[in-house]
Design a protein around this ligand. Structure first.
Ligand SMILES: *[C@@H]1O[C@H](CO)[C@@H](O)[C@H](O)[C@H]1NC(C)=O
Length: 247
């Protein structure tokens, strides 16, 4: 192979193997975004993001079970699991494990069935920060939870709180263990309730609080039936994605 041909081939290979995520912190305070890859190759990392800053992260073309979340009020001199008031992880600044809920997740599985990208903003593990996923392809839908759910969170779910008593997070009914039986719970879709048929949204306490405030979010374990939880972006778009905290 001629050297010039080799360079062209390498450039094509590189183009086919990476997608670009741009993570914006539009919150008027520092946050610590984290990225975790649940399946296959991809980044496990985290960084300090001052207010109004952005960072570009490249992920594999078929990035699978990827998640991004924003951490709040971090102090990495504390034990890892207590290092942030929201979203703390094993690994410290650079997470090697998923964040501790409640945490709002931007979730991605790229280039799946029919080459489609699937993405969502998940409140299944509760809420920790407002976030928006904006595909670069204008044909593809924005997914977001743009409302600060902390202050308006129902009392039974409210928290954790900052040192001044301000509610930073809002737990899901599952996480708050409202029915006291997480192994067999209609709030957690576990045990006898572990299918879409046996775990309807009507059986999940406070589902409508989350879904009304964040209608384009994934508000419980089987929210796909709402038609406004899981979003797809076709192969032909080869989309990149912006993730904006406090959009
Ligand atoms: C992603 O694509 C690579 C290269 O084709 C492949 O080896 C890998 O198994 C894929 N990962 C997943 C999670 O499907």
């Amino acid at each position: 192979m001629k050297f010039s041909t080799l360079l062209v081939s390498l450039a094509i290979a590189a183009g086919a193997t990476a997608r670009r995520l741009t993570v914006h912190n539009a919150c008027p305070f520092t946050i610590w975004p984290a990225v975790y890859t649940g399946s296959g190759s991809g980044p496990k990392t985290g960084w300090e993001a001052p207010a109004w800053s952005s960072k570009v992260i490249d992920v594999p073309d078929n990035w699978t079970a990827g998640r991004i979340w924003g951490r709040r009020n971090c102090d990495f001199s504390k034990p890892e699991t207590q290092s942030c008031a929201i979203g703390a992880c094993i690994g410290g600044l650079q997470c090697t494990h998923p964040g501790i809920p409640p945490v709002t997740l931007a979730e991605f599985s790229l280039r799946q069935a029919d080459g489609k990208d699937f993405y969502d903003v998940s409140l299944v593990d509760g809420y920790g920060l407002p976030v928006r996923i904006s595909p670069s392809a204008s044909a593809c839908h924005v997914a977001e939870c743009a409302v600060d759910l902390g202050p308006i969170c129902p009392a039974a779910l409210k928290g954790p709180f900052d040192s001044k008593g301000f509610p930073l997070g809002c737990k899901s009914a599952c996480l708050a263990n409202l029915d006291g039986n997480p192994a067999n719970s209609p709030n957690c879709c576990s045990g006898h309730y572990n299918t879409p048929q046996t775990c309807p949204s009507s059986g999940v306490q406070y589902y409508s609080f989350f879904k009304k405030n964040c209608p384009n979010s994934y508000a419980y374990a089987y929210d796909e039936s709402s038609g406004t939880a899981l979003w797809a972006c076709g192969r032909e778009h080869n989309s990149n994605y912006a993730i904006t905290f406090c959009p």
